[in-house]
Design a protein around this ligand. Sequence first.
Ligand SMILES: [Mg+2]
Length: 264
Amino acid sequence: MTLIIFTDLDGTLLDRDTYSWEPARTALKCCRQSRVPVVAVTSKTLAETRVLSEKIGLDPHFIFENGGGIYLEEEKYLGLGIPYDTLRHDFLILAARFPLRGMGDMRISELVEITGLTEVEALQAKERLFSEPFLYAGDELAELEAAAAGQGLQIVRGGRFYHLMAEKQSKGNAVRQWVQQLGESFDRPLFTAALGDSPNDFSMLAVVDHPFLVKHKNGQSESCSLERITRTRDVGPAGWSEAVMQLLDNLSDACRSGEENCHV
Ligand SMILES: [Mg+2]
């Protein structure tokens, strides 16, 4: 059996405010030693995720822009969403009716101020391919969602921004595609786990064998009606570490009790 861990980044593996993964370092090392791939599944762009995946030591085949695409290799990716130019056109139609401010409307300095990213990171965040993050200053979210649905689009809430994207685009669909496209390269049956902290992670948590909901920095867990879900006690990357160590421990026990060719 081969364990694959799919993980959200902001607020889950990375601290929501500082973007640090320090508390998860030991657990990440255990994954590397056990040859367990850790795959980023994030609302970040391809450009941002490629840099971060390398820095943290994650699997090179990651899922970006909330399931908009799967990065394969050497600049190649599998696109699963509506191309950004079309999406921006659709966004401007909505912005004419609702008080929206898209990432495409923001200067780098504004983005830096909102997110705390560096200028280089903010530039990478603006390299969108399949989604438009935006801020919404109104209180008619249901009407906005209905208008988006009328255009074949959906709105998903992330940690800091709402995200406009194709109706069927989701982290869950992309995880399924990932397993279909890349699962064959593993010669043992896959056992999948996923970790996330926000509603845009729920579709991913719903399609894996072992879903974990990581507690927010304010000490609260997102309310989630999914069954079989394990909630962490710790918050952010410390919660990530707690969940992954538990996962590795459980699977090592399964290996010891007779599972052959187990990868942990
Ligand atoms: Mg998150």
